[in-house]
Design a protein around this ligand. Structure first.
Ligand code: TXA
Ligand code: MG
Length: 317
């Protein structure tokens, strides 16, 4: 790692130890990080994001061992961690009795969300600071998640409560981690994400339950219907035509054109579409169009997560 990056990591670690907030890169989206053992620092995350206190945060660890020190580990957790960590998977598990994670991190729930991220800079920071870092996506509550340092600066650059943005480039995946609840009622998909349902079910050897169909599973607070919402434009899904003055978010080859048009993936590649989704949604929102027409996206693989985010982006209050 070059000297400048090492300096930035050292500085970020120093600020985090002092209870400050630092925006951090991960392979999914940028996070707004604080020491998960410091109640005042964690409170600062909720304040800066305008996040309701009932919506729990994900805590990030340097490795599997560090994460598992805070939860009651089961066989399924070991299998999933082995297959997908470090990487874009979050596990919601029973918090262990002796865990020092502050209660606000999990919104006072008995379960906590833990993950071991793969981004090299974030991994280096977690090793250097040697603390668990609570980090939701680094956007104001309900807004589109940031996939670049500039995107974070656009939201919080002027805010003195954000001490630093650690620039790790554009996020590779571009969509948040998959959240799986390991409950007594069975493994449950709480949020589709970068690790696909099929990949998870292959490792689990059984189907995942869904939040909507699993009545007995604890709910996942904060899975708000309206989320990832553009600030100005409304979002219209499964568009097969473009209205006058409407922007177009295309997928695959298309004869249609909007004013303006961006294409998530001209070759119809869902991974590429996920990578581009939040940046393009944000850019079309800034274009001044009153509405963004979005072409249909297949539900396969990471398409399930893309469609989940788009549905929430289109939900109006
Ligand atoms: O990719 C990601 O997961 C990013 C990066 C920064 O790691 N983080 C992220 O955090 O997306 P956030 O706060 O925007 O979303 C966390 C989701 C929430 O919607 C919440 O419902 C769920 O995880 N969650 C967290 N703790 C939970 C718990 N104890 N029980 C149920 N759901 C939980
Ligand atoms: Mg978020």
């Amino acid at each position: 790692m070059d000297h400048m990056l090492q300096d930035h990591i050292t500085q970020a670690a120093r600020l985090l130890r002092a209870g400050k907030l630092v925006a951090v890169p991960t392979e999914t989206v940028y996070g707004l990080a604080a020491n998960a053992l410091d109640a005042r620092a964690v409170e600062g995350i909720f304040r800066l994001k305008g996040r309701p206190s009932f919506n729990p945060l994900i805590t990030h660890f340097k490795d599997v061992e560090a994460a598992f020190a805070h939860v009651e580990v089961c066989d399924l957790a070991k299998r999933l961690a082995n297959a997908f960590w470090p990487g874009p998977l979050t596990l919601v598990m029973k918090k262990s009795a002796d865990s020092a994670l502050v209660p606000a991190v999990s919104a006072n729930l008995p379960h906590v969300a833990v993950r071991v991220p793969a981004h090299p800079l974030m991994h280096a920071l977690l090793k250097e600071v040697d603390l668990p870092l609570a980090a939701p996506s680094a956007n104001p509550s309900e807004c589109i998640s940031p996939t670049s340092a500039a995107h974070v600066a656009g939201y919080f650059g002027d805010n003195p409560d954000l001490a630093m943005i650690l620039d790790g480039g554009v996020c590779k995946t571009g969509l948040e981690s998959t959240v799986v609840g390991l409950f007594e009622t069975g493994p449950t998909l709480l949020r589709p994400g970068a690790v696909t349902r099929v990949c998870l079910e292959n490792v689990l050897g059984r189907p995942l339950q869904d939040l909507s169909t699993s009545e007995s599973a604890p709910t996942s607070p904060g899975q708000m219907l309206r989320h990832y919402a553009p600030r100005h434009a409304r979002v219209r899904l499964n568009a097969v035509h473009v209205d006058k003055g409407e922007a177009l978010l295309a997928f695959g080859p298309t004869p249609m054109a909007g004013t303006p048009t961006l294409n998530l993936s001209e070759r119809g590649d869902l991974e590429e579409a996920a990578h581009n989704l939040f940046g393009m949604l944000g850019a079309l929102d800034e274009s001044g169009a009153h509405s963004i027409a979005v072409m249909p996206i297949p539900e396969d693989g990471i398409g399930e997560a893309i469609n989940d985010r788009l549905r929430r982006a289109s939900f109006s209050i």
